[in-house]
Design a protein around this ligand. Structure first.
Ligand SMILES: [Cu+2]
Length: 216
């Protein structure tokens, strides 16, 4: 009995069969053209079980813009938002449970936020409506950003059947079904459609329109 129990415990501790999914994403733009730079496409495995690895990331505000503009992180990750401009910025989001507000600060100050809920978090500045970034928060560690040419690799995914998803700001989300085998690599191709995208204005942190005169 005790030996059987020990075997079960050891069995659970043994590495789970896992594989790699690699492939390419494409984004169709207006007029059927292909997007030239795909480095802001996020690719992730939905439904695979694995603990997200909390990390520390940085999104810098400089020249009234966020860099990088798109970030993918695991739940529990803290993102620093240093302001390298000599003017005030006010980072905020009103995206559901990930709502936050860092208030006004300028160079050399920084603010940070720890993302605790999965989702697509739209980050803005309450002073400058043209500033926007996106933090994609995932509940497992199986995610990546595509290379400029659309190539991606996600390693160590536990064997099983999943949805492989890709997200791009103007195209939204697309998915394909994948099966990660216990041995060998899986390949996948995904094409997203940004051809019907229409730019929408967003509200400030109070849910109101931005005033046309910038105060800072
Ligand atoms: Cu700003």
């Amino acid at each position: 009995m005790r030996r059987a129990l020990l075997a079960i415990v050891l069995g659970l501790a043994a590495p789970v069969a896992a594989g790699t999914v690699a492939g390419r994403v494409d984004v169709l733009d207006k007029g059927g053209r292909r997007l030239a730079d795909l480095s802001d496409v996020v690719v992730y495995v939905e439904g695979a079980r694995g603990k997200p690895r909390p990390a520390r990331a940085t999104v810098t505000m400089k020249g009234k813009s966020f860099t990088p503009r798109v970030l993918v992180v695991g739940i529990g990750t803290t993102v620093d938002f240093p302001n390298e401009d000599p003017i005030f910025h006010n980072v905020f989001s009103v995206s559901g449970e990930n709502r936050f507000d860092l208030d006004l600060y300028k160079r050399p100050k920084s603010g940070s936020w720890t993302f605790l809920h999965p989702g697509i978090v739209r980050v803005y500045c309450n002073v400058h409506p043209q500033m926007s970034a996106v933090v994609v928060v995932r509940d497992n560690p199986y995610f990546t950003k595509a290379a400029a040419d659309g190539a991606f690799v996600i390693e160590d995914v536990p064997a099983g059947k999943y949805e492989l998803k890709a997200w791009q700001e103007r195209a939204g989300e697309g998915s394909v079904e994948i099966t990660i085998a216990a041995q060998g690599d899986t390949s996948a191709e995904l094409t997203l459609d940004a051809s019907t995208f229409k730019q929408a204005t967003h509200k400030n942190k109070f849910g109101k329109d931005y005033s046309s005169d910038e105060k800072y």
